[in-house]
Ligand binder design. Structure first.
Ligand code: CMP
Length: 140
């Protein structure tokens, strides 16, 4: 992955509200190239596994229930400095703290229902991409 790819999910509340197209457009306009994309729905078991690093956090069960509550889009994005640049585009976890022009400022409802996920490191981008996509589903 060599530092130029990241992984994202458009979360259930944003998909249900009809914001997925606008969010994907913001991502493309910011210079990211989509290398893989799918509409899917996580089981509670899958959501629990994906967010296993947060297992000890008080919001873990809420997060698992929420992330398995409806369809999501999962995608792999490519751009120089992808992880850091995407986190800038996404904005702070708490939408009240997110800057103007970020996806969360525009679409997130709360700290939990915060519209999108973005990987926090190159290593996690690779793990999370492999969680959702088989190699043949990803463009070279
Ligand atoms: P995400 O970037 O997907 O990674 C971890 C998620 O945990 C985060 O987005 C939020 O959706 C969720 N999260 C973080 N902090 C809180 C919180 N205080 N309450 C509820 N959910 C949270």
């Amino acid at each position: 992955m060599a530092g130029n790819r990241t992984f994202t999910m458009i979360k259930p509340e944003a998909v249900a509200a009809g914001h997925a197209g606008k969010i994907i457009d913001m991502i493309i306009q910011a210079g990211f190239e989509i290398k893989a994309l799918k509409l899917t729905k996580l089981t509670a078991e899958q959501a629990g596994k994906f967010y296993e690093v947060h297992k000890e956090r008080p919001f873990y069960q809420e997060l698992v229930d929420y992330m398995s509550s409806g369809p999501i889009y999962a995608a792999i994005l490519e751009k120089d400095n992808a992880v850091a640049d995407f986190r800038k585009l996404v904005g702070a976890t708490d939408p009240a703290e997110a800057e103007e022009g970020t996806i969360r400022k525009r679409f997130a409802k709360s700290k939990g229902e915060n519209a999108v996920h973005g990987s926090d490191s190159d290593e996690n981008a690779e793990i999370e991409s492999n969680f959702h996509f088989a190699q043949e589903e990803v463009l070279a």
